[in-house]
Design a protein around this ligand. Sequence first.
Ligand code: 6GU
Length: 243
Amino acid sequence: MRIDVVSIFPEYLAALDLSLIGKARRQGLLDIRIHDLREATTDRHRTVDDTPYGGGAGMVMKPEPWAQALGAVLAAAPDPRPTLIVPSPAGAVFTQAMAHDLAELDHLVFACGRYEGIDERAIDWAREQFDVRAVSLGDYVLNGGEVAVLAMVEAVGRLIPGVVGNPESLVEESHSDGLLEYPVYTKPSSWRDRDVPEVLLSGDHARIAQWRRLEQFRRTAERRPDLLALLDPATLTSAERTA
Ligand code: 6GU
């Protein structure tokens, strides 16, 4: 998968050299290229922002540097119409389902806005060249898109075949089945007077699976009742319905 990220803080994206994503890049599974928006400016001060028309607090990112930077990405793109993701608290909420959708694509481009956002005409221009999607991490405000891109690239990148060594790890994790993950334990079996639940030491795999599934329901009901409401009740056992 090819990923381009345009930002005025390219150093923010240095974390994509680390861990599983960094390894996937070195293996050639992910071709991630970071671009400095200021390289697309032509004035002495490398200006990327200006005051908002209509007034108000903060600054707005000028359209021309964005069109230049995204035009250069397009010129080097493997496909004619990449997907452009614009991280924004005003976007659609990023979910595991969206991560799976994005993981199917060949080329993602991320446009990291700062300040109060990007001049809307640059987004309208981009719609003629890209499939544009405004995407939010959730209902809170970050100072810019960079942290959101780190989260999205990690969530999408780990779904690319070969990036996560053991693909089984992708199956039993939070959100893979609409529920939160069950609690996990490792050695020692007794630690500071706290014991690992007996069922996990029993070797009875059917009982263990049943216990884990029930714990998933308990946890989801307690922490994320909104997720339980999305499940089809017909697929639940009576123990699960009452968990
Ligand atoms: Cl994607 N961007 C910004 N600036 N703030 C956010 C966000 C994104 N998601 C949640 N808050």
